[in-house]
Design a protein around this ligand. Structure first.
Ligand code: NZQ
Ligand code: ZN
Length: 388
């Protein structure tokens, strides 16, 4: 393990098909003016909206709704949410939905009492919160982002065509997260598989970095094996409780800061994926799917030891009579087959990326240094071109 670090995570998790019962206990800890944040119609269709509203009312809460949080939540929507929260003197936020709803709820929670423009302060200057934070808890309905137990909040500025994530500190993490795998049964197939790949990508971003013998990498390998196994079951049988519950748990641990401890992280797939998202509004997990293989094939030789280990430990590639490079390539070939088996989008042009957008997307892709190779602008362009 490298460096010195502090590890703690303040989010309380309630897991399982009866986990909603704990909402009563949690609500009793917070104020009475509740902002109930959700997305489109999905929670109304599957009955969760009525159930949550009934629990809020039975706890004598004054409920104010902020509905219509879209996938890839926008800055304009954030301004709307802040206004509703301020007008109603909200003192607790309950987010019910996927990563977009939870990310957005975090952004609202740090903006209600903020005197500056939240985009400038948090998403442009990446400053810490310096005002009162309205506490937030969540009920997760779609897995992938890990937002239920981390400080990430990704907001899209449609004017400047920027999709930017701020990783807030522990004071912004959800106070609690209710994780009922049954809620994920109704997630549409496209969103479900995109979420599965988002999980995979979070693990890979943290795995493909560093050269030491690191416990976090062993945990990452276990998480990947569980995800691969369960996701293959879930694509065929989406209501398979065991598979969906394993995936939900894996998703939380993939990005709740645990496997990032004691090592650097890469995150270039996310930087390019988010920039594609800013230009196309494509589903997050699919933007990661289209750039992953071109990127990993490009940097493979720079991180050969880890790519070889990935092939052997995650995909059971037989190393006999093969060079390190052949083994590493076979591992990426196994990843490609797995992605195709899930049915992921494999080409960025299918997400709406055009040749004329590529240089702009590359310009909006932050270049980070935690992976095996620091890319130049031209190399980002080359990888994006290969993703077409
Ligand atoms: O809006 P509704 O009607 O609820 O429909 C949603 C939405 O259309 C639907 N859905 C969710 N749960 C459902 C359901 N439909 C039926 N039944 C259910 N149980 O799914 C669609 C997608 O939801 P969304 O929340 O957008 O998906 P996801 O969880 O993938 O979140 C994506 C956002 O999270 C950000 C992404 O960039 C993107 O903006 N990320 C957040 C991260 C973090 N906080 O750390 C890290 C990630 O890398 C990611 O960047
Ligand atoms: Zn992601």
């Amino acid at each position: 393990m490298q460096g010195n670090f502090k590890y703690s995570n303040p989010t309380t998790l309630y897991f399982g098909d009866h986990s909603i019962q704990y909402l009563n206990d949690e609500l009793s800890k917070y104020g009475s003016n509740v902002l109930f944040i959700y997305g489109g119609n999905s929670i109304k269709k599957n009955g969760l909206y009525d159930e949550v509203l009934q629990i809020l009312k039975s706890n004598q809460k004054n409920v104010f709704e902020d509905a219509g949080v879209m996938p890839n939540p926008t800055l304009d929507k954030l301004y709307e949410g802040i206004k509703i929260a301020r007008e109603n003197k909200v003192d607790f936020i309950l987010a019910v939905g996927g990563g977009s709803v939870v990310d957005y709820a975090k952004a609202v929670s740090v903006s209600i009492h903020c005197e500056e423009d939240p985009w400038d302060k948090y998403f442009d200057r990446f400053e810490d919160v310096s005002c009162k934070i309205v506490p937030m808890g969540c009920i997760l309905t779609m897995v992938g982002t890990g937002s239920e137990m981390n400080g990430g909040s990704v907001i899209t500025n449609t004017q400047t065509k920027e999709k930017i994530g701020h990783v807030f500190g522990e004071n912004v993490f959800p106070k609690f997260a209710i994780l009922n795998p049954v809620y994920t049964f109704t997630v549409p197939h496209y969103q479900m598989i995109a979420g599965f790949f988002d999980i995979m990508s979070h693990i890979l971003e943290q795995y493909f970095s560093g050269t030491d013998d690191n416990t976090s990498d062993y945990i990452a390998e276990g998480l990947m094996k569980s995800l691969i196994h369960s996701s293959k079951i879930a694509v065929k049988d989406p209501t398979h409780y065991e598979a969906r519950s394993n995936i939900m748990w894996t998703s939380t641990w993939a990005l709740n800061t645990l496997i990032h401890q004691g090592k650097p992280g890469d995150w270039m797939v996310h930087m390019m994926g988010q920039a594609i998202g800013a230009y196309t509004d494509a589903t997050h997990g699919m933007t990661l799917a289209v750039v992953s293989l071109p990127y990993y094939r490009y940097i493979m030789k720079d991180g050969l030891v880890k790519f070889k280990r990935f092939a052997i430990n995650v995909w059971n590639v037989n190393p006999e009579n093969k060079t390190d490079e052949e083994i590493a390539k076979e591992g990426l070939y196994c990843l490609e087959n797995y992605m195709k088996e899930l049915g992921l989008v494999m080409k960025s042009k299918e997400l709406g990326v055009t040749e004329s957008m590529i240089r702009d997307i590359a310009r909006k892709s932050f270049i980070l240094e935690g992976g095996y190779k620091k890319l130049s602008f031209d190399e980002v362009v080359e990888i994006l071109e290969a993703s077409m």
